[in-house]
Design a protein around this ligand. Sequence first.
Ligand SMILES: Nc1ncnc2c1ncn2[C@@H]1O[C@H](COP(=O)(O)OP(=O)(O)OP(=O)(O)O)[C@@H](O)[C@H]1O
Ligand SMILES: CCCC(=O)O
Length: 360
Amino acid sequence: MQENINRILVINPGSTSTKFGIYDDDKLVMEKTLRHTNEELAQFPSISDQYDFRKDAILQSFEQEGFTLDTLNAVCGRGGLLRPISGGTYKVNEIMIDDLRKGYSGQHASNLGGIIANEIATSIDVPAFIVDPVVVDEMQPVARVSGFSLISRKSIFHALNQKAVARRFARQAGRQYEDLRLIVTHMGGGITVGTHCYGKVIDVNNGLHGDGPFSPERAGTVPSGELVELCYSGTYFRKEIMAKLVGQGGLVGYLGTNDAVTVEKRIEKGDKEAELIYDAMAYQVAKEIGSAAAVLEGKVDGIILTGGLAYGKDYVEMISSRVKWIADVVVYPGEDELQALAEGALRVLIGEENAKTYPA
Ligand SMILES: Nc1ncnc2c1ncn2[C@@H]1O[C@H](COP(=O)(O)OP(=O)(O)OP(=O)(O)O)[C@@H](O)[C@H]1O
Ligand SMILES: CCCC(=O)O
């Protein structure tokens, strides 16, 4: 390998997969998705117990592809439910590892990203980083006020992909991300709608167990009084209610599947319930985009739709037709997360940016 090229291993643990890639600078050399079955993961009581299983799977596959660790200049993982921090690239440190291990803000597969990156990097004495974890918090003060004085709104969202696609939009428009006012909607297992104002996400729904549109497997905002009544009805355990909000909410709760492709097939066959629920999911996303447009006072440079659901042409149309009066709608299906991790690490390795220190 040429001496002036930085080889970076990037790691993105998801709920049902571990994705990793090798980059020479920002060029993809190899990428792999290791899928984990329910049975495989069910043997681990918690996400942190999956650590060795996921790390060994990466290392084994890495070697099978003919790569050796000593060629790496850095390792970068997707960061997890840490303390709220601003966006950017962070060097992994002890406080971070401790927070990731205990799940400072909760349990999420991405908690393993920084831990695995750190272990591999330490073994070969190169730096380990995380980039734009799900807890990136750049919300403006007014967005934090929930209306219920005991609870503040939180920023938990697809920060890595949202920022990556926003930068991609800016590059394609010949502009700087920091000069744009954008609405970025990531639509995957969870759905988050971010209001990006001059390089900061000043408002966003908490897509994990907070608010916003319902999604393939999460309930999003629900009528609060009735939820409280249900919690105290004696019918459900706490765990069951939580599962109905996250994991078994949204499409799963109504239609028994989190797979939008299956839903589309049911609609084609004339399933009216599926049609209504699918349309409701688009309707709620469109309403959230409308709210973001109000936050940006109607001055919006673009609306970006991204994530797995953005592959669905009909679904995209159901949203676009409701919001295209606000600004042009651009669709980037899937996600750019591995590339975003590599670019985040590279910006630091080539001195374009300084790595931030967690938790400052
Ligand atoms: N071609 C397609 N048409 C419509 N929907 C699709 C298509 N491909 C994938 N999807 C849907 O996208 C959703 C999953 O999106 P994605 O893969 O981004 O989620 P994830 O990575 O599991 O979760 P998250 O993005 O929230 O981290 C599923 O509902 C899936 O059925
Ligand atoms: C909302 C945080 C990312 C996810 O959907 O898992």
